[in-house]
Design a protein around this ligand. Structure first.
Ligand code: HPA
Length: 268
């Protein structure tokens, strides 16, 4: 596995004249347009990258963009791999490990999620302050000691300094932020009403089907993480979940998320 990660990173290095990104960005459902704003030096289709699975979800472009944002070298994943697509957790998290080998010192993650905190509204941005993992842990299996410890600590999983910086920037830029705990389930079903109530009861503020595996793997490798959820539906209302709505709301909120990520990356 570690050999595969190194091989893929080496291949990307060859394609990009040794481009060394400082920041990794994962763009979730409906948030891919941000990727098009990066001053791209190199664009690699996942299909072309040896060792990479191929994304199957609508609204996910499936390419890696290496370039500049606010003068910083970044690598962005336009589209991610989900456990519900049938990939193993090793496949889901493979790109994060490759990005680490490429040199990233920070990981910015985004997703679309269902609000379970009743003060949240559709279109809100929620800064992820912590998570609850209801998926299989991606670190199950032999530990890759080259990457990190057997029993990684998960305190400060979402970096406190980055959260504080987000708060300051949001105040300056007049961006409304919510804060909360992301509950990661496998999907692909949206939750039943009883499950949304359960997620709320255990301390969740938003429900989603991604992000947690990538964050666990990033923290295993001691990479500071900043995460934002776009609230695309309210789980505890009577509305039904709908993937098109999720994509539409993602696009609308994506503009604010982009502004926040840009300013934060500028200040790193
Ligand atoms: N549940 C899980 N994942 C989601 C939701 C939801 O309500 N909305 C967007 N992604």
């Amino acid at each position: 596995m570690f050999e595969e990660i190194k091989k893929t990173a080496a291949w990307i290095g060859e394609q990009t004249s040794g481009f060394r990104p400082e920041v990794g960005i994962i763009l979730g459902t409906g948030l891919g347009e941000f990727g098009d704003k990066i001053e791209a030096d190199y664009v690699l289709d996942y299909k072309a990258i040896p060792g990479f699975p191929v994304s199957t979800v609508e609204g996910h472009k499936g390419r890696m963009i290496l370039g500049r944002l606010e003068g910083r070298r970044v690598v962005a994943m336009q589209g991610r791999f989900h456990f519900y697509e049938g990939y193993t957790m090793q496949q889901v998290t493979f790109p994060v490990r490759v990005m680490q080998q490429l040199g990233i010192g920070y990981l910015f993650v985004s997703n679309a999620s269902g609000g379970i905190n009743t003060s949240f509204r559709v279109g809100d941005l929620m800064v992820i302050t912590d998570h609850i993992n209801l998926m299989p842990n991606p670190l199950i299996g032999p530990n890759m000691a080259e990457l990190g410890p057997r029993f990684p600590d998960m305190h400060n999983c979402y970096d406190k300094d980055l959260i504080a910086r987000a708060t300051a920037i949001a105040e300056e830029e007049n961006i409304k932020l919510q804060y909360g705990v992301y509950v990661g389930g496998t999907g692909p079903t949206f939750e039943t009403q009883a499950e949304y109530r359960y997620f709320k009861a255990i301390g969740g503020d938003a429900a989603g089907m991604s992000t947690v595996p990538e964050v666990i793997v990033a923290r295993h490798m001691s990479i500071p993480v900043f995460g934002v959820s776009v609230i695309t539906n309210c789980g505890l209302s009577d509305e039904v979940g709908d993937h098109e709505d999720v994509q539409r709301q993602g696009k609308k909120a994506g503009v604010r998320m982009e502004q926040l990520f840009r300013r934060m990356i500028q200040q790193l």
